[in-house]
Design a protein around this ligand. Structure first.
Ligand SMILES: Cc1ncc(COP(=O)(O)O)c(C=O)c1O
Length: 401
């Protein structure tokens, strides 16, 4: 049976992590993998998560299955967090969905439902986008196409090119958007741009498919999703895939959800039944623990306030590291102004250095980043900034020579 199966190369991000772990050098620096790290380089369990877990341990009475759609309280509270409790889509009963195994599960069930609804729909993704979007969405059988997004010369969104490309997307196709903290570039749309894009979606008739995995890591839990909320108050249909991995720091618990905005209540129920059927075919029932923790935190005023406070510390640390990196790279030999990293949002930025410099950083200095030059800013600490900046100065000076 398995004689002909080829040995596949490791996943590029996880492959880099293995190389980092195998590197014996003491001062090695990991800017590759996309998890938050504190000043000590640890990925902590958030205070509110610990407290919610302790309470659940005390009060849980059964381990029987959840329903196919998962924990109803989780889904309701997630929708409140994502859209705001007063959002029209909630009041009109036009949005329903299922709890999933993290954002990845959400993206896959979203794609499965789109394929059930319209097998010929193509999904347009930004250039670049998170590498895992292709297998997660393409794996359902949908065709993927790309639209321009990032302009390396400005380190920002090429909104003109994006809009002209999306202008030509036929009605019935799907456009994948990042709710905030674009992965891998850190370049986000402004609220004004979300509004223009919403008008275009209405004109062109494409369906937005929004992936939100970093709510609260840029400017605030509400601020980060203002654009997405606006879009979802205007368009008739939308798919929203959400992850709790980063903003609750519960990566391994695999909590997320996918929610479908439909033209009316009856359509929303039909879509939900298809999402449940798709989930039943893949994992049957979602895992309980992570979603129970999130539901508990969002439903308890004290825990919620503490979670919001710790999340503010997280984004404050990331913003501070962005400032520190830009300052530390001032006067580099290649004459690059790294001020742009302070404008970008969330955990990631593209440094925009050359592939040879990425290799040199890894091999000579033990500094690991993706070949695309994506760095996880949360991998920077007050302790490693000096060796990191020296390594970057060294490779950038080499470039100018
Ligand atoms: C853009 C984006 N979407 C979705 C996810 C899914 O995350 P998870 O499945 O770990 O919740 C990630 C995780 O890195 C991501 O970066």
């Amino acid at each position: 049976m398995f004689d002909e199966l080829p040995l596949l190369p490791p996943d590029p991000i996880l492959g880099l992590l293995s190389r980092f772990r195998a590197d014996p050098r003491e001062g090695k620096i990991d800017l590759g993998v996309g998890v938050y790290q504190d000043e000590e380089g640890r990925t902590p369990v958030m205070r509110a998560v610990r407290e919610a877990e302790a309470r659940l341990l005390d009060t849980q009475t059964t381990k029987t299955y959840l329903g196919i759609a998962g924990d109803p309280e989780f889904n309701t509270r997630m929708l409140g967090m994502l859209l705001g409790d007063d959002h029209a889509a909630l009041k009109d009963g036009r949005i329903h969905g299922v709890q999933t195994t993290g954002g990845c599960g959400a993206l896959r069930i979203g794609a499965e439902v789109i394929r059930r609804a319209r097998p010929a729909a193509r999904v347009w993704v930004s250039t670049p986008t998170w590498a895992n979007h292709m297998p997660l969405i393409g794996g359902s059988g949908l065709q993927i196409l790309e639209y321009p997004y990032y302009d390396p010369s400005t380190h920002g969104v090429d909104f003109g090119a994006m809009m002209s490309a999306l202008e030509k997307v036929p009605a019935g196709d799907v456009v994948l958007l990042h709710g905030c903290c674009h992965n891998p570039t850190g370049a986000d749309l402004t609220l004004a741009q979300w509004k223009e894009l919403t008008a275009l979606a209405l004109r062109a008739g494409f369906t937005p498919y929004i992936d939100t995995a970093y709510q609260g890591l840029a400017d605030g839990v509400d601020e980060d999703v203002a654009g997405m909320r606006h879009m979802m108050s205007e368009v008739p249909e939308c798919v929203l895939a959400a992850s709790c991995s980063k903003n609750f720091g519960i990566y391994r618990e695999r909590a997320g959800g996918v929610y479908f905005l439909a033209a009316n209540r009856e359509r929303a129920e039909a879509v939900l039944s298809n999402a449940m059927a798709a989930a039943r075919q893949i994992w049957s029932m979602p895992p309980a623990h992570g979603a129970a923790v999130v539901a508990h935190i969002l439903g308890d005023a004290t825990l919620r306030a503490d979670w919001l406070a710790e999340l503010a510390e997280v984004r404050g640390r990331i913003a501070a590291m962005r400032e520190l990196l830009a300052r530390s790279l001032a006067g580099n030999g290649a004459g690059i102004d790294f001020g742009f990293v302070t404008q970008q949002k969330g955990m990631f930025s593209f440094l925009g250095i050359t592939p040879a410099q990425v290799t040199r950083l890894r091999e000579e200095f033990g500094v690991y980043m993706l070949d695309s030059t994506r760095i996880n800013v949360a991998g920077i600490t007050p302790r490693n900034i000096d060796p990191l900046a020296s390594a970057l100065h060294a490779v950038l000076a080499g470039a100018a020579a």
